[in-house]
Design a protein around this ligand. Structure first.
Ligand code: ACO
Length: 333
């Protein structure tokens, strides 16, 4: 059936898993550190609390715990994995890749491993890339992860950003055959014309770390929230419409939307523009905030565990992120 729709064999999700750190940072506690309030954060974003990794936990540690659950749920042995992609903007270090560090922690074979950087769209970009690699026939079983320690790049003195983000990881095991939700199609894009809307100014080749960059707090995330908000709604609507058109589906055929968990007001604007009822939008950002590349797999794992999806239903996973990047994936359960 899926070949009828896509003209090729679809990749399937054999198993999914997620992990969030134990430490919960609620809005009230946060408002004791920075000038804000529970009322402001919740009414402007829909966020009540977020998880914060311990000083000892790195992104690959979060990824490892999520991956172990996904592998267990997939019912496979680690030796079957022949490709690892980690989507992150908070790698353990610039290099080697977090995927290589994870390979060792999981005891995998010496398989292909790399990181993919597309900010909050990173997990969906990684599904797109993994599906292509599986379709080539040269890989059979991919471990795809979105993992972030956003707390490590937060400016805890900047109330316009530090209230929004959280830490976590989500993982999926994909295979070119087998039983599970099918990945029917993808739409990924980017607009690199305005990179400073959301960026980490220093620490790269353009502006290497120096006493000055540290003094200027340029190793932290900086964002123009209002402009990002407007772009997010526009590009996620566009990607969703194009994805459905590719597969001759109508908006009414979609039972669920799993959007990047950034702001509930973004969901409301999308729901209005797409004329999809809000009840179809899955939301867990009240408990996690924006976990960047981890947000979609974390939401998908929670939604699957609550039994949200019925066999045969279509869902759109859709994200936007720094770049500006965007990506949408069509899934049939
Ligand atoms: N507490 C209290 N007041 C605050 C806070 C805060 N935490 N943050 C900002 N304010 C103040 C501002 O200073 C401003 O005050 P002023 O009017 O006196 O200047 C006022 O609140 C309104 O600020 P806005 O920026 O207009 O607030 P807005 O309603 O746009 O909400 C927000 C800001 C939540 C950031 C919103 O714009 C947003 O969600 N944007 C999208 C951000 C996003 O999704 N980023 C993730 C991208 S994905 C990735 O790749 C990482």
């Amino acid at each position: 059936m899926s070949e009828e729709i896509t003209g090729k064999k679809s990749s399937v999700i054999l198993g999914i898993g997620s992990y969030v750190p134990e430490k919960i940072l609620g809005n009230v506690e946060l408002s004791q550190k920075v000038e804000t309030s529970d009322e402001w954060i919740y009414s402007r974003t829909g966020i009540s609390e977020r998880r914060i990794a311990s000083d000892k936990q790195s992104t690959s540690d979060l990824a490892c715990l999520a991956a172990k659950k996904a592998i267990r749920n997939a019912g496979i042995g680690v030796e079957q994995i022949d490709l690892v992609i980690v989507a992150t903007i908070t790698p353990d270090m610039s290099f080697p890749s977090t995927a290589c560090l994870l390979q060792h922690k999981l005891g995998l074979n010496q398989v292909a491993c790399f990181d993919l950087e597309a900010a909050c769209s990173g997990f969906l970009y990684s599904l797109d890339v993994a599906d292509s690699m599986l379709s080539s026939g040269r890989y059979k079983c991919a471990l795809v992860i979105g993992a972030e320690k956003m707390s490590s790049i937060m400016d805890w003195e900047d109330r316009t950003t530090c209230v929004l983000f959280g830490d976590g990881a989500g993982a999926a095991v994909l295979s070119s055959g087998g039983e599970g939700p099918e990945l029917l199609g993808f739409r990924s894009g980017a607009d690199g014309s305005n990179p400073t809307l959301l960026h980490q100014p220093a620490g790269g080749s353009l502006k290497p770390a120096s006493p000055n960059t540290i003094r200027e707090r340029e190793h932290f995330l900086k964002m123009n929230g209002r402009e990002i908000f407007k772009s997010a709604v526009r590009v996620m609507e566009k990607a969703t419409r194009e994805l459905l058109a590719d597969h001759s589906l109508d908006l009414a055929d979609i039972s669920h939307v799993i959007p990047h968990q950034a702001n509930v007001r973004i969901f409301e604007s999308m729901a209005q523009r797409l004329e999809i009822p809000m009840e179809k939008f899955f939301c867990n950002l009240d408990r996690h905030g924006n976990t960047s590349a981890a947000s979609i797999p974390l939401a998908l794992d929670e939604a699957m565990r609550t039994g949200l999806f019925k066999t045969g239903e279509f869902a759109v996973l859709v994200a936007f992120g720094a770049g500006l990047t965007w990506s949408a994936t069509l899934v049939r359960f």
